[in-house]
Design a protein around this ligand. Structure first.
Ligand code: HMG
Ligand code: MG
Length: 282
């Protein structure tokens, strides 16, 4: 049986978009329940401006409070050097830099152009290398942007290649507002695969229009074997109007079983974590 890796997103992509602030103790409980499911990667923190995303302001406390399971990496979003330093101080096992394939979302999300964002990330890479921790890269708005409309596959490929060249071991391709279709996702992947091999790609599909599973199928077809998902379908981006939750991890685990892929996730533990995650929804 072929393996697929699921990267659990709920503690970060999920909780960053909840209107209410979830108590730190509840976030820690969620992460601990997710650790029991057997995920190899859980994104638990985001060291961004607390004025812009107050939901993530306690990221260091979350990393300090969780019980770390051997074999699981606890990862953090880091938008700049300051965020990287905070993530390293909190002992994140892996960090992620995040860019956009569209200028409109880049400006709204991180307040700079795509080129400026890549310049901002560049000095972070030697520091990350010195610490010998992995760095992942995100590209947002891979098929559509809430500000600029459709995104060209070439624009996604260019940013994905730039992040890969900087040293990202994997590029996660974000359908940030969930408007992608199997056709537009396939066209996007065809463009990106010209620059970055499938082994270094992940799909990060929001499920606004219930097409994320079909988009995952299209990505499996293209050779992608890592997918981001959020337990209970939690998530969204505060700076992408219309963005809904990530595809639910439970649904992806079931899809993979149907398609003959092994995920290594304990379904009993997943059910318990899903119930708790849903109880945190606004
Ligand atoms: P900036 O707006 O360019 O301005 O920040 P700045 O660098 O001058 O900083 C502004 C303020 O933030 C200052 O505070 C800084 O000190 C502070 P003030 O002087 O006003 O009191 N600051 C920080 N504080 C804590 N930690 C930091 C930090 N950096 C600056 N690291 C920045 C740029 C990117 C930081 C800002 O625009 C920001 O935080 N944006 C939020 C971005 C975000 O979190 N978006 C959601 C996550 S991305 C996502 O969801 C997409 C994804 O899921 C994939 C997909 O679905 O497509 C990954
Ligand atoms: Mg997202």
């Amino acid at each position: 049986m072929d393996n697929v890796t699921l990267f659990e997103m709920a503690p970060r992509d999920g909780l960053q978009n909840e209107d209410r602030i979830v108590a730190t103790a509840d976030k820690i409980r969620l992460v601990d329940l997710l650790s029991a499911c057997g995920f190899r990667k859980i994104e638990v923190a985001s060291f961004v401006s607390p004025k812009r995303v107050p939901q993530m302001a306690d990221s260091a406390d979350v990393l300090a409070g969780i019980t770390r399971r051997a074999g699981t990496s606890y990862t953090a979003l880091t938008p700049n050097m300051r965020g990287l330093e905070a993530a390293l101080a909190a002992e994140a096992d892996e960090v992620a830099i995040f860019a956009s394939a569209s200028e409109g979302f880049s400006q709204h999300n991180i307040n700079c152009s795509i080129a400026e964002s890549l310049e901002r990330f560049a000095p972070m890479l030697p520091v990350i290398r010195e610490k010998a921790i992995p760095v992942r890269g995100y590209v947002s708005c891979v098929t559509d942007c809430p500000y600029d409309g459709p995104t060209g596959p070439g624009d996604v490929a260019r940013v994905a290649r730039a992040l890969r060249d900087m040293g990202c071991y994997e590029i996660s391709l974000g359908d940030t507002i969930g408007t992608g279709t199997p056709e537009t996702i396939s066209a996007m992947l065809k463009g990106v695969l010209g620059e970055v091999p499938a082994i270094h790609l992940a799909g990060h599909y929001h499920n606004t229009h219930n097409r994320a599973l079909a988009n995952i199928d299209a990505s499996l077809e293209a050779g992608v074997r890592t997918f981001d998902a959020a337990i209970g379908g939690l998530g969204g981006c505060p700076f992408a109007p219309g963005s809904k939750g990530n595809v639910a991890t439970e649904a992806v685990v079931d899809l993979m079983a149907t398609r003959g892929f092994e995920t290594g996730i304990d379904k009993g533990a997943l059910g318990i974590a899903a119930n708790f995650a849903k109880s945190l929804r606004t």
